[in-house]
Structures are given as structure tokens and as C-alpha cells.
Ligand binder design. Structure first.
Ligand SMILES: *[C@@H]1O[C@H](CO)[C@@H](O)[C@H](O)[C@H]1NC(C)=O
Ligand SMILES: *[C@@H]1O[C@H](CO)[C@@H](O)[C@H](O)[C@H]1NC(C)=O
Ligand SMILES: *[C@@H]1O[C@H](CO)[C@@H](O)[C@H](O)[C@H]1NC(C)=O
Length: 205
């Protein structure tokens, strides 16, 4: 948490010399880096596909190109990972490093709908790699004003397993819910210097 704040401050001082720190607080958006579109790359239903946007947009674009693709059936089918990815997941599970729920922090983030976040989790569980570039935040899932954001504090790109990233969103639903589980908002960290945010996005989606 503190590291993320320091990095965000550093990024801010490095890249925005002409604005003042006050501007950041007024904007109400305390993500460490500006959101950039996710460069979605990977296999859907056995076909390689690329798209810049959220996983929901990517699957919709894929479905438009492949009329016989049944998204509902695809999301309902359990995903089998390659042995290599399973190993990555097993190793990574030791690396969760604390979380911060919105009601306990001063970031002013708004709550997302738990049902919509659960849907985003289902999409992420059907995709292999959630890669994100150096010092970047990507909104990897967003629907009905409920977003899952992946932020990478490293100076290099990372390629975590999407199922593992989805498990952070699940943790946040478990620990950072509100109003009898109907709403969720929070941030969970990994010791490998990335974190996952669940919240209402600044921009309508
Ligand atoms: C996504 O954006 C990147 C960077 O702007 C670009 O190089 C790439 O061609 C885009 N991919 C698609 C599928 O539009
Ligand atoms: C898609 O799959 C779902 C669930 O398996 C099924 O109920 C539905 O009828 C299918 N839709 C089409 C157009 O085949
Ligand atoms: C996965 O891990 C097991 C046990 O640690 C190892 O024997 C196996 O070779 C690994 N598989 C791959 C593909 O890395």
C-alpha cells in the first residue's frame, strides 16, 4: 500500500511536472497510473484473438466474428489450463500481500455491483494470460459500471494467469463487500508489485 502510494507519487512527479499535487487529490482518482486500454491477446475457443479493451468487449468482438460461437456455453465450461499455467498459479498463491477495502481508505472510490463483478470473474476465468505493461493500470473487465483493474508497479511487463487475477476479485467480494454482499470496492496487493482494484469506474461502462 505504502509502496504503491510512493510509486504513484514518484510516477506523478516524474511524468507530470507541470501540474500540482492538489490536482491529483481533486480528481478523486488515486490509481497509481492513468488507465490505458488492455491489449487483450490470447486464445478464445482455440483461436488466437487480439483486441484493445475489456475482456467483455473482446469476447463480444470475437462473437461478432464467429457467429457459431456460444458465449453462454463457453463461459459455463470449466477451463483447463496447461500444466505450465497451473504451476504458475500454485506458486503465485503464496504471494497475496494484503488488501485495503474502500470503507477503510481515503481514496473516495465508489462501490461496484457484486453481481457484475462476479460476471467479470467468470470471463477472466476463461482466459489464460492477463498481461499488463510496465507502470500501467488496465481496466481488464468492466460492465454496468463495475470494473476490475490490474495495476503493475514494476518497470517491466508482467504476465499473470487471469484465473489468478480473478481470484483477487473474488477475495475482494469476500472481504470488501457492503450492503449484504450486493456491493464491493477494494484493492488487493501481490508481493510481485502488482495489485487488483474492484470499484465503480470513473467513466461509465
Ligand atoms: C492495440 O493498441 C496497440 C498500441 O496502440 C496497437 O499497436 C495494436 O495494433 C492495437 N491492437 C488492436 C487489435 O487494435
Ligand atoms: C447457447 O448455450 C446455452 C447454454 O448451453 C444454451 O441454453 C443456448 O440455447 C445456446 N444458444 C444457442 C444460440 O445455441
Ligand atoms: C509443474 O510442477 C511439477 C511439480 O513441482 C513439476 O514436476 C512439473 O515438471 C511442472 N510442470 C511444468 C510444465 O512446469
Amino acid at each position: 500500500m505504502i509502496i504503491t502510494i510512493l510509486l504513484s507519487l514518484l510516477a506523478f512527479l516524474t511524468f507530470s511536472p507541470s501540474t500540482t499535487a492538489l490536482t491529483v487529490h481533486r480528481s478523486g482518482d488515486t490509481l497509481p497510473y492513468a488507465l490505458t486500454p488492455w491489449q487483450f491477446k490470447g486464445e478464445i475457443d482455440g483461436n488466437y484473438f487480439e483486441y484493445n479493451g475489456t475482456i467483455e468487449q473482446a469476447f463480444a468482438a470475437y462473437a461478432a466474428l464467429h457467429p457459431s460461437f456460444n458465449l453462454t456455453a463457453y463461459l459455463d465450461t470449466p477451463h483447463t489450463e496447461s500444466a505450465h499455467l497451473s504451476n504458475t498459479t500454485t506458486l503465485s498463491r503464496r504471494n497475496k500481500d494484503g488488501r485495503s477495502c474502500c470503507r477503510n481508505n481515503a481514496q473516495g472510490w465508489k462501490y461496484a455491483s457484486t453481481d457484475r463483478i462476479q460476471e467479470g470473474i467468470r470471463y477472466l476465468q476463461r482466459f489464460d494470460i492477463c498481461d499488463v505493461g510496465p507502470r500501467t493500470c488496465n481496466q481488464i473487465s468492466c460492465s454496468y459500471d463495475s470494473a476490475i483493474i490490474l495495476c503493475n508497479d514494476n518497470n517491466y511487463g508482467i504476465r499473470p494467469n487471469c484465473r489468478y487475477i480473478a481470484s483477487y476479485a473474488t477475495d475482494l467480494v469476500t472481504w470488501c463487500n457492503w450492503e449484504m454482499f450486493t456491493q464491493v470496492c477494494g484493492q488487493e496487493f501481490d508481493t510481485d508489485h502488482y495489485n487488483v482494484v474492484v470499484r465503480k469506474p470513473d467513466r461509465h461502462c
